[in-house]
Design a protein around this ligand. Sequence first.
Ligand SMILES: Nc1ncnc2c1ncn2[C@@H]1O[C@H](COP(=O)(O)OP(=O)(O)OP(=O)(O)O)[C@@H](O)[C@H]1O
Length: 384
Amino acid sequence: MDPSKFGKESERYAFLVTYYDSLAGFDREYHLLYYTFDETIEMYDVKTKRVFLKRSKYPEVALKDLYKGAIVTINSRQLKVTEYSDDFTKNNFGSKKKYTLAMIKPDGVVHMGEIIDRICKEGFQISKMKMTQLSVELAQKFYAVHKEKSFYNTLVAYMTSGPIVALELVAENAVAKWRELIGPTDCVQARQVAPNSIRALFATDKTHNAVHGSDSDENAEIESKFFFDSKGEIPATATFENCSLAIILPHIVSEKAAIGQIILDIQKYGLDISALELFSLGKTDASDFLEVYRGVTPDFQKMVLNLCSGPIIAMEVTSKQSIDVVTTLRKVCGPPDPELAQALRPDTIRAKYGVDKIRNAIHCTDLEDDGVLEVEFFFNLMQQ
Ligand SMILES: Nc1ncnc2c1ncn2[C@@H]1O[C@H](COP(=O)(O)OP(=O)(O)OP(=O)(O)O)[C@@H](O)[C@H]1O
């Protein structure tokens, strides 16, 4: 037994979690209790007060995975941690993990792979992410505090000049940590005082400064709601033309390490990412999406369970060049079995980041005719 655990038999953290029951059409609430002594989890239904999960070990979910805003998967259900439900948990835990709202601005989107790589390497967890194009009204609303400033109109024109990527980032002291990483507003100053900051590396001038970060916890909450609680106001940017679908699989998203590298690998071959969003699929949605593989591969059930085992990042991949996008993306991904990929095509995504035939880092559309259909599943059906 680990001696550091002596005397902690009664140490228990309590969280309020919700699960969207798509059949019933509403959120179900549970108390989730985590016992550090034996690393077990227990869950109660808040409404009925009945046990939902008997106290048991659940090695896939560690204490470090539980913080406000996190999404964890238990029994194929995506549970969102919405609150710390007692003072002990709030005091010991709540003050540490926080989130901030980050944005890759229109001029930063060409550097999206490098910026996301940096985000992951600095230890942020991406809990939400969506590519969108701001309308004039939305940009004005987002930057309303600067309404009276001389640069307001230029700022709004810039923010509506192309797609942006909004991200909710989780870390200890997330607001300060992200603002330190992006550097000062003015890139000239950034290059002097923080030469390795994101703005020093990718910004052009005072307005075109590549990224945004909330300036307080209160504003992080307001800004995160602006993008991720907007009831359909934030449109996806998918084009549904000459496209293929790529999905970065749960083991990559939760380990954080390779998300940016995979995006860079896709962009290297003349392919563009024209829509992107982080999703947490339930078992029914995962099974619906993979329906064409039912009966075709003996691994169908395993693929479904893998796809709903944690957050995924879905992307519409297109190209401005006249290339066959589906075939090119398949080549970039490599053979489905990572072992085979390592032997035959060691530079491919699956060779580099795949673990086994199921956790093979990335899903991509197999057949040319299915490109639009697969993109529609995420960027049309799942938006409703
Ligand atoms: N003096 C200026 N001239 C031109 N544009 C400016 C100027 N000051 C700020 N901006 C633009 O307005 C944005 C919002 O300004 P703010 O003062 O809130 O800076 P910030 O907090 O560093 O940036 P952000 O809010 O985008 O994270 C800046 O990121 C920049 O794009």
